[in-house]
Design a protein. Structure first.
Length: 94
């Protein structure tokens, strides 16, 4: 939403998209993805940059996906191409 901080946006988007309430959302890095096809499968290059957060899940809520993704799953390991790059100049919060 207009006016959200990164942390506020992360908390809101997690609630909207997976139905979880999180707190202590701290940006830990970023991820870039470049593909030859856009999200509609058309041959139109796309470059996206996403901020990666560490957060605490509150309570015992279960994941409830919205209609934007059906590919969500638990995993013990990130995909090979998923490289989190550190945010420069970030200070640690305690």
């Amino acid at each position: 939403m207009k006016g959200d901080t990164l942390e506020q946006a992360a908390i809101r988007k997690v609630r909207e998209e997976v139905g979880l309430t999180i707190s202590a959302a701290i940006p830990i890095g970023y991820y870039e993805d470049v593909s030859e096809k856009n999200r509609f499968g058309l041959m139109s290059p796309q470059h996206s940059v996403s901020v990666v957060f560490s957060a605490k899940v509150e309570g015992q809520e279960q994941v409830k996906m919205d209609n934007q993704s059906s590919d969500w799953k638990y995993s013990d390991q990130l995909p090979d191409k998923f490289l989190i790059r550190p945010l420069m100049g970030m200070t640690k919060r305690t």
